[in-house]
Design a protein around this ligand. Sequence first.
Ligand SMILES: CC(C)(COP(=O)(O)OP(=O)(O)OC[C@H]1O[C@@H](n2cnc3c(N)ncnc32)[C@H](O)[C@@H]1OP(=O)(O)O)[C@@H](O)C(=O)NCCC(=O)NCCS
Length: 173
Amino acid sequence: MESQDISIKPAATADDLKTAQDLAEVIWHQHYPGIITHKQIRYMLDTGYAAEVLADDISRGVRLCIVCSGKQPIGVLAFGPIGKGCETKLHKLYVLQSFHGQGIGSMLLQHVEDECRRAECTDIHLLVNKHNLKAIRAYERAGLKIRKSCITAIGNGFFMDDFVMGKSLAATG
Ligand SMILES: CC(C)(COP(=O)(O)OP(=O)(O)OC[C@H]1O[C@@H](n2cnc3c(N)ncnc32)[C@H](O)[C@@H]1OP(=O)(O)O)[C@@H](O)C(=O)NCCC(=O)NCCS
């Protein structure tokens, strides 16, 4: 992968939010069948990616970014809050399947860590479905470790069956 082809741009406009929604729609249907049901995919997209939900995330300090290869949007990245002493959550890391296996996921995780270190955050953590082995491997390659299991009721009878993974920046910085 030519890393100079990949850009990470903050979502700033209503069009950017629509782009994030459209990418999530494609990527979730490519990736999550077999991990969660189609009904749960639909429910989580509707509750997590509505324009007002994304705008509210941004207003609460989450950095929502569109990842592009050249001019083509290929992924979504969201993390925050960012600032001195913050324990930052990685909320979203989604890349179109046709761009997997080229080091883009690793590059995005390095970007999050670099931004967090620059801002003097102390910790990065995230939730990942226990059966999402590709993502777990990507996080482990980036130095995150499984901290605990976590089952969360998300409404309509659906649950998230996750690992909490994390990396202390204070200890390794
Ligand atoms: C998790 C995710 C972002 C990883 O993205 P990615 O761009 O494929 O990640 P990378 O390319 O850095 O690494 C993937 C594999 O390619 C390999 N790889 C990395 N660079 C490579 C290169 N230049 N050439 C060939 N292979 C390479 C890695 O070793 C890795 O192999 P492994 O999975 O067998 O360990 C991606 O799988 C994804 O978007 N999944 C769907 C959404 C999702 O589950 N997100 C996480 C929610 S918690």
